[in-house]
Design a protein around this ligand. Structure first.
Ligand SMILES: [Zn+2]
Length: 826
């Protein structure tokens, strides 16, 4: 799964006994749910989908094997809204059942012996709370939005549309038989067995013949066209709206090559009967349903490719790698989810490194680093822990570090071992550690303890002294990470209340000293001196001998092999040398940050100006330009102006953003040039933001034009919306209102203006609660709930509720009012 924004995973499981450490709870499988049968196969038959009542008709035949003697009751998860009409065994005899909330108990006619198999069928009338298990989408007269249904199982939502064991630890095979209107397609997992049209209806049967987890059962019903591709005889299909068919090939055709690279790296050939990628509306990102990934319907147009869309760079390779990590070998419980998500976030960096070289790989992980640092500042948590907040970026970074430590041959041999030992099965974090031990002979218990079961990362404070008589450089290395407040039961003073841990949670620790082998590189006039050093104490001294002349730079952790933060006060000349010479992008970013703080230092400005124009990789030019924005116009403007004709759109966008900080008439003229003349959506969006900041009077015409300028994912329009909200500019209210519908964000900007006192904006927002488009009514209500102060939202919703004509919205508004009234005052 990959969401646009990282959300905390839902917690599941009882509060653990505090006596056990996080590592013990993980090792003892505390978070794995017990059950007393082995689910073997489910045949899921669905038909009669109704979009108005979000309902359907279902029938499910379940095969399972008793895992204890005298099994007299079978407990399944089944959403309370599913109404069973008959439960029968293989001979058609009715079976007794009981319902408790979202639980169904089926009583076999006679108790089963250990190892006995039972088959029974549940016929039911299905109804869902829209968005739980199934999402029904109506067209609502909105563009690019055909009527459709999509399922979403992870973490435990599939039981809202079919009764099952809704936990990842028990795998099964399955069949999905869906009868849909003949103009629609139904896409599901596995092999398409049959596709029969009778009259106005069409029945498709999909069979998932290798076992996988029940949260990966998927169904999409929509009018889709299939674009066929293949990899070594395996169908690789892209299901998109007819409108998008011209865009699909360019976006998705990279898939067979990615399958090839992943198969080669892991040594495990793509394991499923086919690979489908299907696009749907209002999706949160992507979901790796086995052999049938679901993706959001944001296909880039031709021009968007110069802005390197997230879709191709991250989303497609992330979901594809789950076909190995998550679907083929699955986390045994949700506390080990980093085994799914960490690998899925790690693998795209490997793909890009393989295809485009080391800089692309470092570029990929630089984003993960930034994301991880933001998360860790809020709350440090171990990768392997229930509800861990950092499984994506820290997972990717720790696996990259493990690969660097082991070297690629030993790393991939370990991964191969892990995948093959647990093929079509489930795994714990310890299974991965065991696979590394078996494949390499190396006991990395310290690595697992520090990086996987404990929280945090080494925060290094380094100081250097050169002794010209001894020809030695002495480094004092301190590890300064906070070990007191890292314990999740001890809130840090700067933690927002919303993320403060409660005292019932398990205690997490941060190592006082991380152990890390690394290399120090010292530049001298006579060439570089390198030395391997082993860091492992809270404070230690490292002496580098044979440094024959004064250092010209000192790179601590050459090649950036360790996940860390680094405080190391250095002369500008060292930093400038490192920026010009060091090939590693993290190292360069670090040097740029130090130089960027020296805004009065002309040598720092010169080093950044050189990097902004001449660095051999675009990201370094971007970083240098961002730093130059804080420098005086006389030094900053020439390189920034030159960067506006860079071949990389990201560099030009960074240059435009720097202009906004530099200011002055020349900056305005250059930003206007970017707005009118640049071909990139992101550069033009940056120009909108810059011009509004630089030129409050002249920026208005740009805002008006930007609001109606089409761009991929509305990048330009969103820049204008953001500027209007920031300026609290009520003169655009009519224009905003006309955008509501095609633009969801326009609703939120109306709410923002309303929150700051515009009654007119609130009147318009309230009117959208009663308009014909169901989706827009929902967005308007969300804006009241989440973008307005509660007293104001309550007052407005109470005034509106009685006059509402749509029953669904009226009910939703009543619920929202009750919910807000029940919240404690803040
Ligand atoms: Zn994922």
């Amino acid at each position: 799964m990959r969401k646009i924004q990282i959300a905390l995973l839902l917690s599941l499981g009882a509060a653990p006994a505090l006596a056990q450490s996080n590592a013990e709870l993980m090792a003892n499988d505390h978070y794995t749910r017990s059950h007393d049968y082995d689910l073997v196969h489910q045949r899921i038959v669905v038909a009669d989908f109704d979009w108005d009542s979000t309902s359907f008709r279902g029938s499910i035949t379940t095969t399972l094997v008793a895992l204890r003697p005298a099994l007299d009751s079978i407990v399944l998860d089944e959403g309370a809204l599913l109404e069973n009409t008959a439960v029968t065994d293989r001979r058609g005899r009715a079976l007794r059942t009981a319902r408790h909330g979202d639980t169904l108990v089926v009583f076999p006619a006679a108790p089963l012996a250990f190892g006995d198999t039972i088959v029974f069928t549940i016929a039911y009338r299905g109804r869902v709370k829209n968005g739980s298990g199934l999402t029904y989408i109506t067209t609502d007269g909105l563009p690019h939005r055909p009527r459709q249904i999509w399922s979403q199982g992870e973490d435990h939502d599939n039981h809202y549309w079919f009764p099952t064991f809704d936990f990842p630890s028990d795998k099964m095979t399955w069949e999905v038989v869906a009868t849909v209107p003949r103009e629609d397609m139904a896409v599901s997992n596995g092999r398409l067995v049959s596709d029969v049209t009778r009259g106005a209806m069409r029945t498709l049967t999909w069979r998932q013949e290798q076992p996988s987890a029940t949260y990966l059962v998927s169904l999409i019903v929509a009018p889709l066209v299939k674009i066929h591709d293949s990899w070594k005889g395996i169908p690789v299909d892209y299901y998109v709206y007819r409108d998008d068919s011209a865009r699909a090939w360019r976006l998705f055709h990279v898939t067979p090559d990615m399958i090839d690279v992943y198969s080669t790296l892991t040594g495990v050939r793509y394991p499923w009967a086919k690979y489908a990628q299907t696009t749907v509306a209002d999706f949160f990102g992507g979901m790796e349903n086995v052999s049938a990934t679901t993706l959001v319907d944001w296909l880039p147009d031709g021009r968007a490719y110069q802005d390197r869309p997230w879709y191709g760079w991250l989303l497609i390779p992330h979901e594809l790698s789950h076909q190995w990590f998550g679907d083929y070998v699955t986390t045994i419980n949700w506390a080990n989810t980093w085994l799914n998500e960490g690998f899925a976030e790690f693998m795209p960096g490997q793909y890009w490194g393989h295809k485009l070289g080391a800089h692309a790989e470092q570029d990929y992980y630089a984003d993960e680093y930034r994301e991880y640092m933001q998360i860790d500042r809020r709350r440090p948590m171990p990768l392997a822990s229930l509800g861990s907040n950092n499984i994506y970026p820290k997972g990717a970074l720790v696996l990259e570090m493990l690969r660097d430590y082991l070297g690629p041959e030993r790393f991939w041999a370990s991964v191969h071992r892990y995948l093959t030992d647990h093929a079509f099965g489930v795994a714990t974090t310890d299974d991965l550690r065991q696979a590394v031990l078996e494949a390499t002979g190396e006991n990395l218990d310290w690595f697992w303890s520090e990086w996987i079961y404990q929280a945090g990362y080494p925060q290094l404070d380094v100081a250097a002294v050169y002794d010209s008589t001894q020809h030695a450089l002495t480094l004092t290395v301190k590890q300064t990470q906070d070990t007191v407040h890292a314990d999740s039961t001890t809130p840090r003073p700067d933690m927002p209340a919303s993320v403060r841990p409660d005292s019932s949670r398990v205690k997490f620790t941060t190592p006082a000293a991380f152990r890390m082998p690394l290399v120090v590189r010292v530049g001298t006039a006579a060439g570089d001196v390198t030395q391997r050093v082993e860091i492992g104490a809270r404070e230690q001294t490292v002496v580098i001998p044979n440094v024959s002349s004064a250092p010209t730079m000192v790179v601590f952790d050459d090649g950036n092999r360790v996940l860390k933060s680094l405080h190391f006060d250095q002369p500008t000349a060292w930093l400038a040398t490192e920026l010009a010479r060091d090939d590693d992008l993290w190292d360069r970013q670090w040097a740029i940050r130090q130089l960027g703080a020296r805004t009065a230092d002309s040598a720092a400005a010169a080093a950044l100006a050189g990097a902004a124009v001449h660095a051999d990789y675009y990201l370094t030019r971007v970083d240098a330009l961002s730093a130059l924005g804080a420098f005086p116009a006389a030094t900053a403007l020439p390189p920034v102006a030159a960067a506006l004709s860079d071949t990389s759109a990201a560099v030009r966008a960074a240059a435009v953003a720097a202009l906004a900080r530099i200011g002055g008439p020349q900056a305005v003229a250059l930003a206007r040039g970017a707005w009118t003349g640049d071909s990139s959506y992101e550069v033009r969006a940056a120009a909108v933001s810059a011009l509004v900041q630089l030129d409050s009077a002249g920026g208005r015409d740009v805002l008006g034009a930007a609001l109606v300028e089409p761009s991929y994912r509305d990048a330009i329009q969103n820049a204008a919306l953001q500027a209007i909200a920031l300026r609290n500019d009520t003169t655009f209210i009519a224009a905003l209102d006309s955008l509501v519908g095609p633009s969801r964000n326009a609703v939120y900007v109306l709410a923002a203006l309303g929150a700051r006192g515009s009654a007119h904006a609130l009147d318009l927002l309230a009117a959208h609660l009663d308009e014909p488009r169901r989706a827009v009514r929902g967005w308007a209500l969300e804006a009241f709930q989440y973008s307005l102060p509660r007293p104001l939202a309550l007052e407005r919703l109470r005034a509106a509720v009685d006059g509402l004509t749509h029953a669904d919205t009226k009910r939703a508004v009543q619920d929202a009012i009750r919910e807000m009234e029940a919240q404690p005052a803040r």
